[in-house]
Design a protein around this ligand. Structure first.
Ligand SMILES: [Zn+2]
Length: 567
């Protein structure tokens, strides 16, 4: 008031007159049709699990639909890669979703050793929530995002728009659907491969349209179908039988792959659900669920920006079984191209081409099957973690440590039994013996100690930086074994066959390098070669939708954002 009196009445009137004039201009501008709305009506996040970046270059010749559209109309970040070492599903999805790396979001792996309970825990397991199956199906356990230390972009979007945003995600995997949606959401839906049920959990609630959809279209309807090659045999880059392949039960390592379940079975069983999850039929099902969400909820019509997330898991299952150099990988991507095309066409019709933005990426890549690499004369192999544990226990025998000295080795993380690591830190000779034993195990490239990775000075050594970005104090292990390139970490006991042909989860380019595409609202199409990581996706979407994120390791991919031009 004091300020007002000093300016005087004339001043107030002048300010008012200016305000009215500005308001009038705004009215005029608003009455002109805008080229695009101030915000996209819908954000569509698509993740293809285990899609190596080089699949785009290798297989684009056969793509005519969704992938082709991303290539033609999207912004393609050709140098995108994860900078951290923990290249697995939960970690990648949490990174895409939060815009941060595992040293911030805390999702360090699909599962880790929990020192409090002395048990392995999955990244989404939550003792305080209950999973719920749709369509009268059965399921067990409880999953949520409570272990994720940062909010998802999707939940910030909902929070900052006063709740008008609807957040809907689908995947075969809980760790993908949940991390994309965040701690709460309108619907996060995944597949229980043991019961064949579609599942959600209490923080997300249930949706009537999903109930209807899964009742009308039970997965068991695909029982008896066969996955055969969709292109002429000459179109495939690799031989039919990939050496070292370990296909799901009931399948051989060559086409066709019948979805018949267990030997002699006549109806859908657990083996059938595994075959189905490893086939293009599962990708098509997820696409149809997404279309049903668009129609039933009227996504893009809420007045706020809605969020639809779909993570396609089957490429990962196919890659683990048949390797990246397989007809199966090439073929499932040809099928996915059609599914994505159908999704985009549907969104054009229902939401309008100019009104939605698509972000596309992958959670990690994959290493070729080690046996195949060996045939090519490369130093490749399997780093057996059971063998590693034996060697480390043996190395400590001379030093009188209580047994077992190691609680768990999971992935590259070595967790010592309570108190042991503290003792080792005071006992240089024993520590040296343990590290030497690790370093002489076949396939080990290097070994790090927790204190090397925890808040130490950032090293210029790329592997060490990648490990530091993957380290979360309290959750991560005590010692870390980094495998050599082309060596697979494996926990199969001696004399048993391993359960998968190949894998991922290392700080090497074949696991880190993934595609990023942005397409639609506000995006300038083209090829971009600047360094980028999937943590850049959330800040970029936040910028497009007027949302502010608290912590982020990523940057806004501003080079691909269309600049507003003055009229
Ligand atoms: Zn995987």
């Amino acid at each position: 008031m004091r300020k007002l009196s000093r300016i005087g009445m004339a001043g107030v009137l002048a300010v008012l007159a200016t305000a009215v004039a500005v308001w009038g201009q705004a009215q005029q501008t608003a009455s002109k049709p805008l080229a695009r709305p101030a915000r996209p009506k819908l954000v569509v996040m698509i993740v293809v699990d285990q899609m190596r970046a080089d699949y785009v270059e290798k297989f684009r010749g056969e793509w005519t639909s969704g992938f082709e559209r991303l290539l033609e109309q999207g912004a393609w970040f050709r140098a995108a890669a994860y900078p951290y070492a923990a290249t697995s599903t939960c970690v990648g999805h949490a990174t895409i979703s939060t815009g941060a790396f595992p040293d911030s979001h805390g999702m360090i792996s699909n599962s880790w050793w929990d020192r409090d309970t002395q048990k392995m825990v999955s990244c989404t397991s939550d003792p305080n929530v209950k999973n719920v199956a749709y369509g009268g199906g059965s399921t067990k356990g409880g999953d949520s995002a409570w272990r994720m230390q940062l909010p998802a972009y999707a939940e910030e979007l909902k929070f900052q728009t006063g709740g008008a945003t609807r957040v809907v995600t689908f995947s075969l995997k809980a760790r993908a659907a949940i991390t994309m949606a965040g701690h709460k959401g309108d619907a996060a839906t995944w597949f229980d491969g043991s019961s064949g049920a579609w599942v959600t959990s209490s923080p997300y609630g249930t949706m009537p349209f999903i109930e209807d959809f899964v009742k009308k279209h039970p997965v068991a309807e695909d029982y008896g179908k066969t996955w055969s090659l969709s292109l002429p045999a000459t179109s495939y880059l690799y031989e039919d039988k990939s050496a070292g392949a370990l296909p799901p039960d009931g399948w051989s390592n060559s086409f066709p792959h019948p979805l018949h379940g267990k030997e002699g079975s006549t109806a859908a069983d657990e083996v059938f659900y595994q075959q189905w999850s490893t086939s293009p039929f599962a990708e098509t099902y997820l696409t149809k669920l997404a279309l049903a969400a668009v129609d039933s909820l009227g996504l893009g019509k809420s007045g706020a920006t809605d969020y639809l997330g779909v993570s396609y898991s089957s490429v990962d299952y196919v890659g683990h079984a048949f390797g990246p150099r397989s007809r199966e990988i090439q073929d499932i991507l040809v099928r996915l191209d059609k599914d994505l095309g159908e999704l985009f066409t549907h969104l054009d019709q229902k939401v309008g081409r100019a009104n939605y933005v698509v972000a596309f990426s992958s959670d990690h890549g994959v290493v070729p099957i080690p046996e195949e690499m060996q045939k090519a004369g490369v130093d490749a192999g399997v780093l057996n973690l059971v063998d590693l544990k034996d060697r480390l226990e043996k190395a400590l025998e001379a030093f009188n440590y209580s047994k077992p000295a190691i609680s768990r080795i999971t992935g590259w993380e070595i967790y010592f039994s309570q108190g042991i690591y503290g003792q080792l830190r005071q006992d240089p000779a024993a520590m040296r013996a343990v590290i030497d034993a690790a370093l002489t195990t076949p396939g080990v490239f290097t070994v790090y100690r927790a204190e090397d990775l925890n808040g130490g000075s950032k090293s210029i050594l790329e592997t060490r930086t990648a490990m530091e970005l993957s380290y979360f104090a309290g959750r991560s292990g005590d010692l870390f074994v980094v495998p050599k390139p082309y060596w697979l970490l494996d926990s199969t006991a001696a004399g048993k066959t391993r359960g998968y042909a190949t894998g991922h989860g290392t700080p090497y380019n074949y696991d880190q390098h993934v595609p990023i595409f942005l397409m639609g609202y506000g995006i300038e199409p083209g090829e971009y070669f600047a360094p980028a990581t999937p943590a850049d996706i959330a800040p970029t979407l936040a910028s497009l939708t007027g949302v502010t994120l608290a912590t982020r390791d990523g940057r806004v991919l501003s080079e691909a954002l269309r600049k507003r031009r003055a009229n």
